[in-house]
Design a protein around this ligand. Sequence first.
Ligand code: NAD
Ligand code: GLY
Length: 360
Amino acid sequence: MKTLHVELGARSYPIYIGAGLLDKPELLTQHIKSKQVAIVTNETIAPLYLDKLVSNLAHFSVETVILPDGEQFKTLEYVGKVFDKLLANKFSRNSTLIALGGGVIGDMGGFAAACYQRGIAFIQIPTTLLAQVDSSVGGKTGVNHPLGKNMIGAFYQPQVVIADADVLDTLDDRQLSAGLAEVIKYGLIRDLEFFEWLEHNIEALLARDKRALAFAIERSCANKAEVVEQDEMETGLRATLNLGHTFGHAIETGMGYGEYLHGEAIAIGTCQAADLSKRKGWLDDDDVERIIRVFKKARLPVTPPADLDVERFIDLMAVDKKNVDGQIRLILLAQIGEATLPVNVPRELLELTLKSYGRA
Ligand code: NAD
Ligand code: GLY
């Protein structure tokens, strides 16, 4: 097992990464300071891992909340179901909430924990590659709104993140690829050496080579922790983790939540951001081709949906947390391995990318 740390003063916590971690109850129980524990999960993950988790908590008073599975349920309404359960069972302010699932459950569970009685202890047990490399670390929690992705939320750090690589065995290939989109992101924004490693090891990751996966998870979490430690509340640097996300979130919202997986939308959005970076003069054609090639190798889509025209795209991109005074601001690439901070982009240039990149 490897232990990384997110150093945030009083809000610091460990990330445990390794195989068989769900079979080591003490890893979890040492971080629980209450008798009452709620587990939030969904109907796909519950039959796979809930019993094991509950059996690890024999000495606690455990309630479970099993939500429907899907990005379309990442809403205030369904977070309300968590509050219903906590209140019906008289959960106190010192209780603990465990999110067992992918990014959807992690974001919702964390948001419920942040809000319930103004904040209860929260633990992340991420079960998708995407959640293990990104969403479980760093404390962004929240839900979608019909008009914008992740628009309601809170920064709320967990007590611990337990990433058991074995649970990825039951993840389907499409979801594994979606997770790789965020892995590739770290290489592009701040870790050229990792990007080069990925160029040579995507096949091993898709084949679920355990050593390759362990390395990718550790390196991704290390990158994420370093960024979050420097800018927990996203006043600057942390926004670089949003490379491709303004385009990607527009695709997710515009096409209907769940139509494109988050990682798929981010893969397309990152290629669009690369195209725009080229138009700014920062990348050349070879760089853009190199980026597209890695996403394609990871079996991710790289062209935007034909149904979203330029006007609609821009309208959707205008609802983004990086925007200031209504001005769209994007993370672009100064070069492969180095992201820019949010930049204002002239509308004509953005339109050129939206009109030309990936359009037949
Ligand atoms: P997800 O949570 O929807 O999980 C993907 C699918 O895999 C679901 O059907 C789920 O039930 C299933 N699943 C989960 N674990 C499984 C397992 N071990 N075996 C079999 N099936 C399993 O999607 P995701 O890609 O994990 O997360 C995407 C979400 O994360 C988006 O809502 C996105 O906005 C959010 N996100 C948040 C952050 C953050 O910093 N908070 C970062 C990136 C993404
Ligand atoms: N996934 C983006 C962030 O955590 O900031």
